[in-house]
Design a protein around this ligand. Structure first.
Ligand code: HEM
Ligand code: NAG
Ligand code: NAG
Ligand code: NAG
Ligand code: NAG
Length: 318
């Protein structure tokens, strides 16, 4: 009797695990044990040719998870009259899709139809951080790929002009806390921004001043030089911190000096709780790494409605 009861409990918990799409770090242990090392090799190789690859992969994963959960919707190509996320408004910073395609090809050779594109992207984002000198971690896996990607949905991403309450709302809608917000904003230790994303802070800030008064004046002057009011150079912009290919805590140090790029970064100094965390991470890189890993695992576990293992990351199956 007790045995029957126990096996019923086991069966129910398995069903439950399945329906809640629980992720696990050993997900491909039996079915594709070399998936992770293969993905790491591909990321490593591509970043040797292009130093901007890690930043691109990290942002791509964030973008994927914030729209319909982490279901690789960000990887789908526009088709027919459907404009995909890829081609939605803030797409200027999305690039390096070929890295995911190359990783997928290598993984498919070893274990066809087993590893989802959403998992490959989550693993590649972890590699991007670790290979840039940041922390590494075990990525929970078992995501499924979705079939829908709409350019219009990119409006659900937080805007760089957001204040702290708007950021808080955007994160909490996805089950992420204000502490996650501060730790994940540290992703801005990597990469680059185009002028348009911080234009609001350096020209016509409000009807009293042209420049955001919370920005360091010398920093504002240098940004205004690369991004004049009527900027014509499409590729112009600024690095997100002083060491844009190194995953360190410089972002937080600069933030405290008024040298962050976006209003959404600066907003982290506007409540005592978020400011205290910024100060903690600026003081201790270890504390930042620890918090970043925890928050990344939460962000990369936002569940989607994916149903398949896509064979080509740019198109749905069949
Ligand atoms: C808190 C809300 C966030 C806002 C408002 C925001 C906004 C932006 C914007 C506007 C850009 C530059 C786009 C461009 O002009 O090229 C950018 C770049 C970037 N973001 Fe964020 N972001 C946020 C959170 C995150 C998170 C959670 C991560 C990852 C953990 C992240 C990682 C990155 C990276 C790595 C880049 C550089 C991309 C590249 O160089 O290719 N961001 N972000
Ligand atoms: C961004 O979207 C435009 C169309 O809205 C498209 O022409 C362009 O290729 C896209 N850029 C990237 C990097 O996907
Ligand atoms: C586009 O996205 C916005 C904001 O998420 C939403 O309010 C609107 O209904 C969407 N429009 C279409 C045509 O889906
Ligand atoms: C943030 O912006 C929204 C929309 O403009 C506004 O309603 C809200 O009061 C602002 N919050 C803060 C803390 O400034
Ligand atoms: C500046 O703009 C605010 C609203 O953004 C308005 O209430 C105020 O009257 C304006 N001040 C001047 C001097 O125009």
């Amino acid at each position: 009797m007790a045995t029957i009861f126990l096996s019923l409990v086991t069966i129910f918990s398995l069903i439950n695990l399945h329906s809640s799409n629980a992720l696990s770090v050993n997900y491909y242990h039996q079915t594709c044990p070399n998936a992770e090392s293969t993905i790491t090799k591909v990321v490593k190789k591509s970043m040797m040719n292009d130093r901007t690859v890690p930043a691109a992969l990290l942002r791509m994963h964030f973008h994927d998870c914030f729209i319909k959960g982490c279901d690789a919707s960000v990887l789908l190509n526009s088709q027919g009259n459907n404009q995909a996320e890829k081609d939605g408004p803030p797409n200027i910073s999305l690039h390096a899709f070929y890295v995911i395609d190359n990783a997928k090809k290598e993984v498919e050779k070893m274990c066809p139809g087993v590893v989802s594109c959403a998992d490959i992207l989550a693993l590649a984002a972890k590699d991007a951080v670790a290979l840039s000198g940041g922390p590494s971690w075990d990525v929970p896996k078992g995501r499924k790929d979705g079939k829908i990607s709409k350019a219009n949905d990119t409006r659900q991403l937080p805007f760089p002009t957001f204040n702290i309450s708007q950021l808080h709302q955007s994160f909490s809608q996805r089950g992420l806390s204000i502490d996650d917000l501060v730790a994940l904003s540290g992703g801005h230790t990597l990469g680059f921004s185009h002028c348009s994303s911080f234009q609001n802070r350096i020209h016509n800030f409000n009807n009293i001043t042209n420049v955001d008064p919370s920005m360091s004046p010398s920093f504002a002057t240098s940004l205004r030089q690369v991004c004049p009011m009527h900027n014509k150079v499409k590729s112009a912009g600024a690095n997100l911190d002083s060491s844009p290919t190194v995953f360190d805590n410089a972002y937080y140090k600069l933030l405290l000096q008024g040298k962050s790029i976006f209003s959404s970064d600066q907003a982290l100094l506007t409540t005592s709780r978020t400011k205290a965390l910024v100060t903690k991470f600026a003081t201790s890189q270890q504390e930042f790494y620890h918090a970043f890993v925890e928050s990344m695992i939460r962000m990369s576990s936002i569940s989607g409605t994916g149903t398949e293992i896509r064979l080509n990351c740019g198109v749905v199956n069949h």
